[in-house]
Design a protein around this ligand. Sequence first.
Ligand SMILES: Cc1cc2nc3c(=O)[nH]c(=O)nc-3n(C[C@H](O)[C@H](O)[C@H](O)COP(=O)(O)O)c2cc1C
Length: 157
Amino acid sequence: MKALMVYDSVFGNTEQVAQAMGDALGSQAEVQTLRVNDVKPEHLAGLDALVVGSPTRAFSPTPAIKSWLRGLPAKSLQGVRVAAFDTRVDVAEVGSAILTFMVSIFGYAAKPIGKGLVRKGGELAMPPEGFIVGDTEGPLKEGELDRAADWARGIAG
Ligand SMILES: Cc1cc2nc3c(=O)[nH]c(=O)nc-3n(C[C@H](O)[C@H](O)[C@H](O)COP(=O)(O)O)c2cc1C
C-alpha cells in the first residue's frame, strides 16, 4: 500500500500528529509525510491512501490546504482511500457560550477537508477526526498522538 500524509501546521502540533500517523502506517505501507506546500503532482501517482490534516483556524482548514484541495484535478482521487483530520482546542474548556454556539454552526476543519477529498473522487476510509491541543500553540493533550496512530491504522483497513 502506498500512502501519503499531507498536512499544514503553524505551531507544529498538526505536523506532530501527521508524523505519528505516518509512523503508525509505516509498518503496513510505503508512506510519505509532506507539508502541503511541498506536495508535487507526482506524489499523488499510484496512491492507495491519502490523509490530509490541518489546524482548525476560524472553524476552517488553512488557506494552503483549501487551495491545494481545490487545485486537485477532478476525479484524481478515484480508487484512493481518503481521510481527514484537524487539530483544535477543546471548546468546553474555553468555556465561552458564543464560541460553543459558533462551533455548533461552523464546526472544525476536518469535515470540509473530507468533503473536498470525496469531491475529487476519494472514498472516505474513516470519519473525519479532531485531535486536541491544550492551548493555541499546543502542546497536544496527553494521549492524542497515540489516538492519532490508532485512527491512522484504521485507514489501512
Ligand atoms: C487565528 C486562529 C484561529 C483559530 N481558530 C480556531 C477555531 O476556530 N477552532 C478551534 O478549535 N481552534 C482554533 N484555533 C486553535 C488552533 O486550532 C490551534 O492553534 C492549532 O490546532 C495548532 O495547530 P498547529 O500547531 O499545527 O498550528 C485557532 C488558532 C488561531 C491562531
